[in-house]
Design a protein around this ligand. Structure first.
Ligand code: HEC
Length: 248
């Protein structure tokens, strides 16, 4: 029994280690892939604020018609630039060389970002809400979960600007560490804190959806498979009874 318990403890250990790594605790995004209104709002934020630098080249606009419950006209008017066709992919006009010139690095394609990161949605939700003023950085901001990030805080008008308050702690070896305490709003944004969190949640919902557009379909099919298996179990049991009835 003792052996069993230590095995279970060993098996669970990497998870707890992983969950606590990275320093800043991730906030839970609580997204809902079945919420089409949220996906629509997220798509609009994505197009307005991210698609100038980041492509989502695995996504074609006409896919959004079915999946987000929009009409073709709505997608054309709200989500597309005039040069795009409904069958186009979500690409950007900026070339890799231009990006390297502007940012020193290329903004990655965001099609799969919610799956590429560990705890993707929670990481993204936290990332987009924890930019803070840091005058030593090229764009004047730093980020809690992506230290020395090369991306400006593109949603600053909505969130406003905030600074991070750190306190200095000394560990048992006499080394000093900066420990984050809290954020302090410096200038207000056009949205309240709650509205801003909701906007980011919708955006992350959209990013999670494009990362795995068939997820809902897969879960729906999974339920049918389980119903079928339950039904088949009854048949199999009745058949077994029938086959064996003369033998016992
Ligand atoms: C002005 C251009 C620009 C805009 C607009 C922009 N980004 Fe970025 N983004 C960048 C650059 C440049 C990087 C690479 C930063 C680095 O590697 O240090 C980046 C990195 C990221 C990363 C980290 C990717 C990784 O692989 O770790 C995420 C996530 C991200 N952006 C999401 C967004 C979202 C969501 C939006 C829209 C709200 C957005 N970005 C708008 C330029 C931009």
């Amino acid at each position: 029994m003792k052996k069993l318990i230590s095995l279970v403890v060993l098996a669970l250990m990497p998870m707890t280690l992983l969950a606590s790594s990275g320093g800043y605790p991730l906030d839970s995004a609580n997204i809902d892939l079945t919420d089409k209104a949220s996906l629509q709002r997220g798509a609009r934020t994505f197009v307005n604020y991210c698609l100038n630098c980041h492509a989502a080249s695995y996504v074609r606009y006409n896919k959004l018609v079915d999946d987000l419950g929009l009409s073709e006209a709505e997608v054309e008017q709200n989500l597309m630039f005039t040069s795009d066709k409904l069958g186009s992919q979500m690409k950007i006009a900026m070339t890799a060389e231009q990006a390297a010139g502007f940012f020193g690095t290329q903004p990655p394609d965001l099609s799969l970002i919610a799956r590429a990161k560990k705890n993707g949605p929670d990481w993204l939700y936290t990332y987009l809400r924890t930019f803070y003023i840091d005058d030593s950085r090229p764009f004047g901001v730093n980020n809690m979960v992506f230290k020395d990030v090369g991306m400006p805080h593109v949603l600053w008008e909505l969130q406003g600007t905030q600074k991070a308050v750190f306190k200095t702690e000394t560990d048992e070896h006499g080394h000093e560490h900066q420990v984050f305490e809290h954020f302090e709003q410096v200038t207000p944004g056009t949205l309240s804190n709650v509205e801003y969190d909701d906007t980011v949640r919708d955006l992350v919902n959209f990013l999670a959806y494009i990362g795995e557009p068939v997820k809902l379909e897969r879960q729906r099919l999974g339920i049918y498979v389980l119903i079928f298996l339950a039904f088949f179990l009854v048949i199999a049991y009745l058949m077994k009874k029938e086959f064996w009835k003369d033998i016992h």
